[in-house]
Design a protein around this ligand. Structure first.
Ligand SMILES: Cc1cc2nc3c(=O)[nH]c(=O)nc-3n(C[C@H](O)[C@H](O)[C@H](O)COP(=O)(O)O)c2cc1C
Length: 362
């Protein structure tokens, strides 16, 4: 599965992921304005056109499921977001939707979040749409399963982009392994996908060996030709040499929450990012960062500096999302080729493992 990545996974990346045999997601991002909704509709139209063109050119066996990834806390905060989701279900009939961190949805006063999530899942399923929940903890996975979702994404703390705070999070291997066991105990088969730090065939095989049904690729597909987003950031991914240079941190959320109207709520106010001057300066001093944001000392305006760095795409200061597998990414390539290569590597890896694991004759 190609991860929904706000500002990165649009129609082109989603289409190429599907063409290679995966589930390619278009990210809805924070769906809380008419402009954001229009932009999403635009991407969906392009995706549909690309799929229709491929079929017209004789690609009869190709499957191009429309997959849309919603961020629960912002989409379901206001009625507007609910209306948008309803419109999308009616007008575009998506095949699969993902809700990121559904437990952090905002229910209207007096209504339990769980009821809202169950109703949303049922609503989507009534349109024939499969529902995926991406979660960072076992507790949230159990809640999502109780709400009737069709698939769980186990997002480990190695993941790029937003995720559960590092003190509450779990490694991809242990979270996936646990969720596979929990999903197996359900009456119907619930697929589990592993997300976080997977960039090649060896990572895919590791997840499959744990019993996962597949993996989610975020950072690996961000470093692809079809991904949107600043070229300088993509280059920074390729130039990063190891997982030592990635950190899960609340620093950027604290800064951006200080001026954005859509704030990332706890415990998902943390992101996997490339380390830089800002994370090095503040990651171990969050209390000081908070007071510096609230009561800037002379001449310091951290939020303004950060926004300027983002505008100038300055990787030493701006927030560049990245998972811990980034050190293994050597070049920006076409998404189709990346996925094919991962499949080939996985097959090779399994052949090697068979040799390693076969019992000796003596
Ligand atoms: C640039 C970027 C943007 C992301 N945006 C979203 C998003 O909009 N919605 C979402 O559900 N997950 C988002 N994620 C998280 C991914 O869904 C996924 O969990 C993560 O990329 C997996 O880890 P990996 O990057 O190591 O492959 C994003 C990740 C990245 C790298």
């Amino acid at each position: 599965m190609g991860a929904p990545m706000a500002g990165v996974s649009g129609a082109k990346l989603a289409f190429e992921t599907c063409r290679a045999g995966g589930l390619g997601f278009i990210a809805a991002g924070h769906l809380n304005s008419k402009e954001a909704f229009k932009q999403l509709e635009h991407e969906i139209e392009i995706f549909k056109e690309l799929a229709a063109k491929a079929k017209a050119n004789g690609d009869e066996g190709g499957q191009y499921p429309l997959c849309i990834g919603f961020i629960s806390h912002s989409t379901f905060k206001e009625e507007l977001g609910w209306n948008f989701v309803q419109h999308l279900l009616e007008d575009y009939e998506p095949d699969v939707v993902q809700f990121f961190a559904p437990a952090v949805s905002y229910p209207p006063p007096g209504v339990k979040a769980k009821i809202i999530v169950s109703n949303t899942v049922k609503l989507c399923q009534s349109y024939g749409c499969k529902v995926v929940a991406q979660v960072g903890s076992v507790k949230e996975a159990i809640e999502a399963l109780d709400c009737g979702v069709d698939c769980i994404v186990a997002q480990g703390s190695e993941a790029g982009g937003h995720g559960i705070r590092r003190d509450l999070g779990n490694g991809t291997l242990s979270l996936t392994s646990t969720l596979v066991k929990i999903a197996e105990q359900k009456k119907r088969k619930i697929p589990v996908l592993a997300a976080g730090g997977i960039v090649d065939g060896r990572g895919l095989v590791a997840a499959l060996a744990l019993g996962a049904d597949g993996v989610v690729l975020g950072t690996r597909l961000w470093a692809s030709n079809e991904a949107a987003g600043p070229k300088a950031y993509k280059m920074a991914l390729v130039e990063t040499r190891s997982c030592d240079d990635v950190v899960r941190t609340q620093v950027f959320d604290m800064i951006s929450n200080s001026y954005n109207t859509t704030k990332w709520p706890a415990p998902y106010d943390s992101s996997g990012v490339l380390r830089n001057l800002v994370t090095d300066a503040w990651d171990t001093k969050l209390n000081e960062l908070e007071s510096e944001i609230l009561y800037p000392s002379n001449g310091s305006n951290i939020a303004a500096k950060f926004r300027k760095a983002a505008e100038g795409q300055r990787i030493d200061t701006a927030c560049v999302y990245s998972g811990q597998g980034v050190g293994e990414i050597m070049s920006i390539e076409p998404a189709y080729g990346i996925i094919q290569k991962i499949q080939r590597e996985a097959a090779e890896s399994m052949t090697r493992l068979q040799r390693v694991c076969l019992p000796r004759d003596d």
